[in-house]
Design a binder for this molecule. Sequence first.
Ligand SMILES: C[S@@+](CC[C@H](N)C(=O)[O-])C[C@H]1O[C@@H](n2cnc3c(N)ncnc32)[C@H](O)[C@@H]1O
Length: 285
Amino acid sequence: MSVSGEAAAVPVAAEDYARFCDFFYRRTGIQLGAGKRYFVDRRLADRMEATGLPSLRGYLLKLRYDDAEGAELQQLINALTVNETYFYREEYQLRALSAEIMPELAARHAGAPLRIWSLPCSTGEEPYSIALHLTANWTGLETVDVEIVGSDIDTAVLARARAGLYGARAVQHLPPDLLQRHFVRAGEAWRISAALRGAVRFTTANLHDAAAMRRHRGLYDVIFCRNLLIYFDDVSRRTAAEMLYEALRPGGFVCLGHSESMSRMSSLFTVRKLAHAIVHQRPAA
Ligand SMILES: C[S@@+](CC[C@H](N)C(=O)[O-])C[C@H]1O[C@@H](n2cnc3c(N)ncnc32)[C@H](O)[C@@H]1O
């Protein structure tokens, strides 16, 4: 252990590193690449120390052949994902949701419940923002049943999402009246109300796992898939676009992060230029 509490990075041959990146890519779709080397080395050293395996080759063997439950792979994924997020991130899409997408969907599926998926949801700020924005801005909530699901590949962030406890930085872009109404102070932090916590269901999901994604086929009316595909390469992005398409009901919508472009990934979707945001729609059947 170093003084900082992190294990010291062990020297790793380029060939072993490339083999590790390939393994990780196949499981997650995430391209670790040479530019991430320092970040990856530190976290790998921590996992190797925790498992008592001094070489990357030995650690990879464990992951491949001695991790039947996938427990170590999960620890590794939790260590290597980038979970940056905050409330009301890219708020213009929330405005599009409340003012344009939900009224359109409610008119089309009168009486039926509508389902929104935040994938990936990280520590929960995105699905809670969706719930908060709809509560404050869409009167349709009084008559339409809306189910909000938050999912992520990282089980540690999901535990934090369920707890709903946030620091000042996470809530800094929230309108103050919403912060006062839906959060209570917990020391230096803010805890989101039990009602809001009850409004979002959190589950594990891996957008890169085609077999597991089949369970979500045709379930959702809107998917927020923001700031994940930036970590994928062209091949895993194309597969991801197909997974999102399959997970949507016909006529359903996808919102991507502002630096992510659907046209470069797939031609399955129709571009919808709404007043507040450009979104992507699975054509109606
Ligand atoms: C930068 S956060 C984005 C969170 C939120 N959507 C936002 O825009 O603020 C990226 C999240 O993607 C998750 N992630 C990475 N690979 C994934 C995969 N294959 N399937 C599902 N989630 C994944 C990470 O665990 C991380 O929490």
